[in-house]
Each structure stands twice: as C-alpha cells, then as structure tokens.
Design a binder for this molecule. Structure first.
Ligand SMILES: Nc1ncnc2c1ncn2[C@@H]1O[C@H](COP(=O)(O)OP(=O)(O)O)[C@@H](O)[C@H]1O
Ligand SMILES: [Mg+2]
Length: 310
C-alpha cells in the first residue's frame, strides 16, 4: 500500500498535435490538500480529468487510492467526489430535487438537509437550478461532490464566480472536510485560496510544473524584498550593494524607489544582514530611509516571475 492517495509520475497528455501536459510529477498524501495553480491553459483540468478516470494517461502513470483511475473507475467511483470546472446541472430541477437525485446514486449519502446547510443553500431548496446565481450553482456543485462522503475530492476552480462571503464559507467547509480526513486536489486562480487551504502547491505553466512545495518553501527561494524611496539629492550610483547586488530602480510620482531582492542561502538571517548594511550606509550618508519596507517574497511574486519570464 502506498501512503500517497494520489500519485502522478511523468504524466503526458496531448490533444492531436498539441501537448497539453508535458511530463509532470506530484503526489498527495492521505488527508492533505494539494493545490494546482497556473495560468489559463496550463493543463490543470486535463491533469484532473486523467486522475478522475475520464481518460487514460497517454504516457506516464497515475494512481488514485492505489488503483488505476481509468481501468478501475467503477470501483473507485463511490470513494471519490468530483466538482468539474463546468457544471452539468439540470436547469428545470429544484435544488432539493437535484440533491435527491444525487443521493440516490450513493450507498451511504449525507442527509439532504445537512449537505444543503453545509453549502448554505437551505433557503434555496425549492428554487429551480436555472434561477441560481453563478456562485450558488458552484455551491450546489460542491454539495453534489460531497454528498457521497468521498475519501478523495477533486475541486476544479471551486470558488470561481462566488462573492467574497460565499468564498470564505466554502473555504471553511473545505477546511472541515480536510480536518475530517478527506484528501483534496484543488485547482484555483486565487493565490489567497491556495495560501489558506493548501498543505502543498504546484504552479503549472504550459503543461509543466515549474515549482512545487509548501507555500513557505516556494516563496523562500524567491528571496526577501527591501525597498525605500531615494531622496532627490542622492545619485542612484551612490546607493549601496546589498547581498552583492545593486538595486532595481522604479519611479513613482517623480521619485525613484530602490528595490533589492536578497536571495542568499540563509533565509532566516539574510534580510536582517541586508537591512543592517543599508542602515549603516544611511547613517554614514545622513539619509533617512523614507518608506522603508522589508518583506518576504509573496506567492504572487513567485507566480508572476514564472508566468512573465517565459
Ligand atoms: N478537448 C480539447 N481539445 C483540444 N485542446 C484542448 C482540449 N481541452 C483542453 N485543450 C487545450 O489544452 C490546454 C490545457 O487545457 P486545460 O487542461 O483545460 O488547462 P487549465 O485547466 O490549466 O486552464 C489548453 O491549451 C487547452 O486549450
Ligand atoms: Mg481548467
């Protein structure tokens, strides 16, 4: 028995001549939430569809609950909950009728009232699906994915179209499911969603995983950012080197801002050392460090550096 609930090794997938997934590897341990981030067209949905058993892996191997998800789709189905990127709800049915239809497909479904309560749709029970907002439909999709008490949950952009309140409610529900032992693979465009929910993340771009790990691991490789606004009387070439590097200069409102990214090998001490050097320089030059900021790289910095540089 593998301790990994999901294992992907060297997966490749093509549509005709176009290779949408170009050899990716990752695994998700039981009871963990793994988030796949990436630009549109990165290959996230394609990867999920292989794991969901909708199509065989063209090359490489995927395992779900120690089985081949394509060959053993029937056996796996009761153990897996799926929320597709595009929902296939029937517009004429009410919310309650939809949940009831899905409960009938499962051996041990959650009570309808409890699942509607969990996704905050109790008041919409009698409403036709057609009349729901985009965010409400997304919550109904989530209800259907969890109604069979799945061990593994696939959530493809679960909160797209939700207002902030519904999104926060959905995050809470996902956290409760993970706390209860459910393994989750999620895709999202919202970096904050991944930061809040994920044990581990991978950022995909053009069919490849460009970086993966816990959020602190992923951001620590991208350095700490130090910046201040340079007074008019200081020439740019008089600014110090920090960690051996000159600053990048950007101009806002007519005043230059100097920015350094320190990436030295010691993530805990490097910002301290660089700021100490900057302060020593400032004292020597009698310069006040206007709008001084020191911060770790954010997930957004990492994401942008991946999608903008190639
Ligand atoms: N059925 C299909 N036929 C042809 N190309 C497809 C098909 N589905 C997806 N693609 C292409 O494969 C790439 C990856 O798509 P997808 O997996 O949906 O990415 P993501 O979910 O990350 O946005 C995209 O360039 C998309 O246009
Ligand atoms: Mg997608």
């Amino acid at each position: 028995m593998s301790t990994q609930t999901i294992e992907v090794d060297g997966l490749r997938q093509r549509y005709g001549d176009f290779e949408a997934v170009r050899g990716i590897d990752f695994s998700v341990a039981s009871g963990q939430l793994f988030a796949l981030l990436g630009t549109n067209g990165a290959g996230k949905t394609t990867t999920m569809e292989v794991l969901e058993g909708f199509r065989p892996a063209a090359s490489g191997s995927v395992r779900l609950l120690d089985a081949d998800p394509y060959r053993h789709r029937r056996a796996l189905r009761p153990r897996v909950g799926i929320m597709l990127q595009e929902s296939g709800l029937i517009g004429d049915l009410t919310v309650a009728e939809t949940v009831s239809l899905w409960r009938d497909l499962h051996a041990r479904p959650l009570p309808a009232s409890s699942v509607l309560d969990q996704v905050d749709l109790t008041e919409k029970s009698g409403t036709a699906v057609r009349q729901l907002s985009g965010g409400q439909k997304r919550r109904l999709d989530l209800a259907l994915a969890i109604v069979g008490r799945p061990e593994v949950l696939f959530l493809d952009e679960p909160t797209t179209g939700m207002d902030p309140e519904a999104r926060i409610g959905t995050w809470r529900l996902i956290q409760e499911l993970v706390a209860g032992g459910t393994t989750v693979l999620l895709t999202t465009h919202y970096l904050e969603e991944a930061e809040r929910l994920a044990d581990r993340i991978a950022i995909m771009h053009r069919g490849e995983i460009r970086i993966a790990g816990t959020v602190p691991e992923v951001v620590s490789g991208h350095g700490d950012r130090i910046a201040f606004r340079v007074p008019a009387h200081i020439p740019i070439d008089a600014l110090p080197l920090l960690d051996g590097l000159p600053p990048e200069i950007t101009v806002a409102d007519g005043l230059p801002t100097a920015r350094w990214t320190v990436t030295g090998g010691d993530p805990d001490g490097r910002a301290h050392r660089a700021v100490a050097a900057l302060l020593a320089w400032a004292v020597e030059q009698s310069v006040t460090l206007d709008r001084l900021s020191v911060r770790p790289a954010s997930l957004e910095d990492v994401f942008l550096s991946i999608v903008e540089n190639q």
